[in-house]
Design a protein around this ligand. Structure first.
Ligand SMILES: [Zn+2]
Length: 557
């Protein structure tokens, strides 16, 4: 069904809560695992109905912020979501305590039960007021960032519109843009410091109330980190520091030369070529059409997927007035439809939508018939492998998007992917230090960041831009505020996607088959098991990172 024809009906939370209570009762009265498994299907139906309505309302609200109906629906969902998740957790508890657990684990998978256990540890009635306060604090930060008004060359811009100036091919424009961004942050940094300080204290209090030693442990539960722990991540960071940092430093030196500079400064972040980064050549319509041709060529599965997406009008990617900013992929279960939302703006970011977001959508599409809904509950370190690997699998078609400059694009893409790893790891280490030391002052936090910059990005000079020189860069990184500890996931996934890149250069077809296998596994097993099943090495094993660096170095240096 075309997206525009999908009917919408508001779910009634009172009715839903009642139905969940009835299902809990039925589960408690059930006489066998088989019976419980059948009742669980009714629960899945409720969840699918809810997610379908929620996603339709959410997308339609983003598609037109002036639509009053969906504005109201969006507010309604904001209000009822905590009640809905509470009801679902209550239901999970009933299943978790089942006397037929062994049978259910076999049918639903052990990960389902492990995640239930983690959810159960992460919440209690007692901390609800703290959670509400936490939401209010993150909303305050989001609002400051979203409503930024930056004066630049006689006009006013928000932070995302400043992006193209900060990456302009003219270094003077970049310098001026960075100064304007820095000046704006200097005006709000005290308030952001105060918000973050309250967030750290609030989150620490939540953790203590739940019996955790620090917020880090609670965050690992909330992120469903069910197959690796803090020690694994720490060892992984060590490997990135030891092997990726010097590798990226070499890449930076090469890039500085290409740009005609002695050393990179913050003005060169995201800038790869003297005459500007490569941009796609066609109109937005042509980009989509080229995308369809590309996926037709790539494999029978991707052809079926992309034809389905186009036929059912499941892309809303052209820029339009009254459309929300940003981009994402989501899934509408009752219509087995992925949906991709974005705002094409003529930069290489438009192609990322066609490769990265389509990678997420493809994974949802090929697992659409999986009857176990919990398998869709993917950890981000797994989900990002699907999308990041697709960026590499589509390398062979980039000529269709970038014309003469496709080689520049490929060079930029691989360099950018490598350059991200030290930064992503630094964001993770920063948060570990912050939550291990919740009494740190705002000045100490900025000093910590500055020190980390020296360890992870010594090849970038931040001294000329006041706010960055102070150690304030992290205040631009919304994840640190909104979704704490969600970041190393990108780095872990990237290490797996890079392994696919190395494999496909050797044997494209064999690598694609393994990738397909991984997509099909969805979230049916633990991250560390699934990657092993498809022949990838675990990023946590010593020697894996250095091997990737050695192989990539041959391609890019
Ligand atoms: Zn993604």
């Amino acid at each position: 069904m075309k997206f525009k024809d999908m009917p919408y009906e508001r779910p009634d939370i009172e009715v839903l809560e009642r139905k969940i209570d009835e299902l809990i009762k039925k589960q408690q009265d059930a006489k066998s695992g088989e019976e419980q498994f059948e009742i669980n299907k009714e629960y899945y139906t409720l969840r699918k109905d809810f997610e379908t309505a929620y996603n339709i309302a959410y997308i339609r609200h983003d598609a037109d912020s002036t639509d009053e109906l969906y504005e109201k629906e969006n507010d309604y969902f904001d209000e009822i979501l905590p009640r809905w998740s509470n009801a679902c957790i209550k239901y999970s508890r009933a299943l978790f305590d089942s006397p037929y657990r062994a049978y259910l684990e076999e049918k639903l998978g052990p990960v389902t039960f492990k995640n239930m256990e983690l959810d159960d540890k992460s919440i209690s009635e007692e901390i609800l007021p703290l959670m509400q306060e936490e939401n209010a604090l993150t909303s305050r930060y989001d609002k400051i960032i979203a409503t930024a008004k930056i004066e630049f060359e006689g006009e006013t811009y928000n932070l995302s519109l400043m992006g193209p100036f900060a990456r302009n091919k003219d270094r003077n424009i970049r310098k001026k843009a960075n100064k304007a961004i820095s000046d704006w942050f200097m005006g709000v940094t005290d308030e952001i410091d105060e918000i973050y300080d309250s967030l750290v204290k609030n989150r620490t209090a939540q953790a203590k109330a739940l019996g955790f030693e620090s917020f880090t442990d609670l965050a690992y539960c909330r992120m469903h980190r069910n197959s690796y722990d803090k020690a694994n991540v720490e060892n992984f960071r060590k490997q990135i520091k030891e092997y990726f940092v010097p590798f990226v430093a070499e890449l930076a030196e090469k890039r500085a030369k290409r740009l005609g500079l002695d050393k990179l400064a913050d003005t060169e972040i995201g800038v790869y070529f003297k005459d500007g980064n490569p941009a796609p050549v066609g109109s937005p319509e042509e980009i989509l059409r080229s995308g369809q041709e590309m996926y037709s060529d790539l494999s029978a599965e991707t052809k079926e997927y992309m034809d389905f997406m186009m036929e059912n009008e499941l892309f809303d990617v052209f820029g339009r007035k009254n459309k929300a900013a940003g981009g994402y992929q989501t899934y509408i279960p009752n219509y087995e439809s992925p949906f991709i939302f974005a705002n094409f703006n003529g930069t290489s970011g438009d192609i990322d939508v066609i490769t990265h977001e389509c990678g997420h959508g493809f994974q949802c599409f090929i697992t659409r018939k999986d009857e176990i809904l919990d398998h869709n509950n993917l950890g981000m370190e797994t989900a990002e492998i699907h999308s990041m690997s697709m960026e590499y699998f589509t390398y062979g078609w980039m000529k269709n998007f970038f014309g003469d400059r496709y080689k520049d694009y490929l060079e930029m893409h691989l360099e950018d992917a490598c350059t991200f790893l030290p930064y992503g790891t630094m964001v993770d280490e920063f948060q570990h230090i912050v939550y291990d030391n919740p009494e740190m002052t705002p000045v100490e936090r900025k000093e910590t960041w500055k020190k980390l910059e020296q360890e992870y990005r010594p090849y970038i000079d931040f001294e000329d831009t006041e706010f960055f020189a102070l150690g304030g860069f992290w205040q631009k990184q919304t994840h640190i505020f909104d979704v704490p500890f969600y970041y190393i996931d990108y780095v872990l996934a990237s290490i797996c996607a890079m392994q696919f890149k190395i494999k496909m250069d050797d044997n494209f077809k064999a690598a694609w088959e393994k990738y397909l296998e991984l997509c099909k596994l969805s979230g049916s097993d633990y991250y560390t098991n699934m990657i092993k099943k498809v022949g990838l090495n675990s990023p946590f094993e010593d020697g894996v990172v250095v091997e990737i660096v050695e192989k990539l170095a041959k391609k890019v240096i």
